[in-house]
Design a protein around this ligand. Structure first.
Ligand code: ADP
Length: 535
């Protein structure tokens, strides 16, 4: 091994070359043994001290004079001696000079150098000094310091060369150890995410076909898969929505291994217990640094709740559509029958029977309409036919139209002659008003007054429907506008009602950009309010 080219430089002797090798080996071993970057630096510092025959050695990573070196490792000083020192040093004074100047400094007596600012109290006496910068990729990242040469007055040029060589290795070793540590941290983080993810995750290694799965995947498949058997074991477990098992080539992981990205495939997992679980599957290839596919990651999400919701929606809209035709026939013939009877002068009880048929058909129709509206709102398929609407006029019209339905409740309307127009679907606003007014009538004493107020505010109009019924307990209020919710009292007072009128009203008002809410005092009554924005 040759240690330099300068004419003045003496070649490195065997002892030094051997010591360097030993030092580098120790550092490499430290990395291989997965120790911390600090531990690697400590090995280097100890080897440097031995190499240059120094009493003390220290190594600090850092270049910012406002911050202490971090890490700062030292050798030769006892723990007790070190504890007496106030804090780790900063790259200032002589220690800073090595970093700043970027070259080695060798001194026979530190105290004679103008760059030396003195030792802190309790610091051991030090005279000879050698500082060597630690460089990584053209940047000085810290220094290696040696003091108190044993057996000589100062450090030699050979010492400097040997320690410089060691410093070069120190930089690489430290960086490697740091990267390794970062890698470990990242890996641990990834493992935590992988293990605890609520979605089932399966990783397949390309070269070995080994599979790794997380806890959620184990639960989904109903058995722990064996890493060594590979994708083979999914045969029969993963199926198309109609129940046909996927072939090995069609498995999402196989497609990903071929470089394909699989997004949102709807499949079925038949678990080991024979349970079918609908899943949404995404799979993607995992590529190495050179772009080759090294593995495939597959994520499976149980979509049972989504499926149920979709089924429910399909059921409601199919049933509602199918019911409308027979209801239409019943009310049509009910009307016809009613007209015949009044012509023929039929007995009163028969007329009442026909009226009952007509009223029931109307109520049935209303319920079916409500179910349809609810499913349209949920599917965002409800369209509004907006036009300029005078809400005050609309309120009066609706109250008039509902006359007999609201009787025997006296209804008072407080609304200005005219109001600033709002852009709204009048049919839908009428539906909301009808719901609030019929509720007020349904849930309050027969003779009690219902008050409807319409008011214009700077940016919106507000409509309030007040009744003097039993009011609503505060704990029910947040649930009132959710679908199918009815209070205990309502169920007892009136068996009729699906509990979706307010839910639809909220959907309709919010679709108009307005708000709907209730203010209620149990025992005194309730006021339902809604707003519509003025354009
Ligand atoms: P429905 O009247 O068909 O039950 P709604 O969605 O219109 O459905 O109302 C939901 C629930 O809110 C009612 O069941 C009742 O418990 C309560 N509610 C609505 N309006 C009033 C009111 N004016 N006074 C007291 N409770 C009311």
């Amino acid at each position: 091994m040759s240690a330099g080219t300068g004419a003045k430089k003496t070649p490195m002797n065997d002892r030094q070359a051997y010591a360097i090798l030993e030092a580098v080996n120790a550092a490499t071993l430290a990395i291989a043994a997965e120790v911390s970057p600090e531990r690697v630096l400590l090995t280097i510092v100890e080897q440097a001290r031995k190499l240059a025959n120094a009493r003390y050695a220290a190594l600090g990573i850092g270049w910012d004079p406002t911050r202490t070196f971090h890490p700062w490792v030292f050798s030769g000083m006892s723990e007790a001696e070190a504890r007496l020192l106030p804090h780790f040093p900063r790259p200032v004074g002589l220690l800073g000079a090595v970093v700043r100047e970027g070259h080695a400094i060798r001194l026979r007596d530190i105290s004679k150098d103008p760059r030396f600012h003195g030792f802190p109290p309790h610091h051991p006496k030090m005279t000879s000094f050698m500082g060597v910068p630690i460089r990584y990729k053209d940047e000085t990242i810290g220094n290696l310091y040696l003091t108190e040469k044993i057996g000589a007055e100062e450090f030699s040029e050979e010492d400097e060369r040997a320690v410089k060589m060691l410093a070069a290795h120190a930089a690489i070793a430290y960086r490697q150890a740091q990267l390794y540590e970062q890698l470990q941290v990242e890996r641990a983080r990834l493992e935590t995410v992988f293990e605890n993810s609520p979605a089932a995750i399966v990783f397949v290694e390309a070269t070995t076909d080994r599979v790794y799965e997380n806890k959620a995947a184990e639960t989904l498949f109903g058995l722990p898969l064996r890493p060594d058997i590979g994708r083979q074991q999914y045969l029969g477990l993963i199926r198309s929505p109609d129940g046909v098992p996927l072939s090995l080539e069609d498995l999402p992981s196989s497609r990903a291994l071929r470089g394909e990205v699989v997004i949102g495939a709807e499949l079925v997992v038949r678990s080991a217990e024979g349970r079918d679980v609908p899943v949404l599957v995404n799979a993607a290839p995992v590529r190495g640094g050179d772009g080759t596919v090294t593995g495939a990651v597959t994520i499976l999400q149980d979509i049972t709740p989504l499926k149920l919701e979709r089924l429910r929606e399909e059921f409601i809209s199919a049933v509602s559509h199918d019911l409308r035709t027979p209801i239409g026939v019943i009310s049509g013939f009910g009307d016809l029958l009613g007209r015949w009877m009044s012509k023929e002068g039929a007995p009163e009880n028969e007329k009442r029977a026909v009226e009952a048929i007509k009223t029931s058909a109307r109520r049935l129709n209303r319920m079916v309409q409500d179910l349809l509206d609810a499913s349209r709102l949920e599917a965002h398929r409800l369209t509004l036919e907006k036009q300029a609407v005078d809400v005050a006029a609309l309120v009066r019209e609706v109250v008039d139209r509902l006359g007999t339905v609201l009787a025997p409740h006296p209804v008072r309307v407080e609304a200005p002659e005219a109001m600033p127009p709002v852009m709204a679907d009048p049919g839908r606003i009428e539906q909301v008003l009808t719901n609030l007014l019929t509720n007020a009538a349904k849930y309050s004493g027969p003779e009690s007054e219902i008050l409807v107020r319409a008011q214009a505010r700077p940016k919106e109009v507000v409509v309030a429907v007040t009744d003097h019924g039993p009011g609503i307990p505060p704990e029910d209020i947040p649930k009132l506008f959710t679908r199918f919710y009815r209070t205990e009292a309502a169920r007892a007072a009136s068996p009729e009602g699906l509990g979706i009128g307010l839910y639809i009203s909220r959907g309709l008002i919010e679709a108009h950009g307005g708000r709907i809410w209730v203010e209620s005092e149990p025992g005194k009554g309730s006021t339902f309010c809604f707003t519509l924005p003025v354009q």
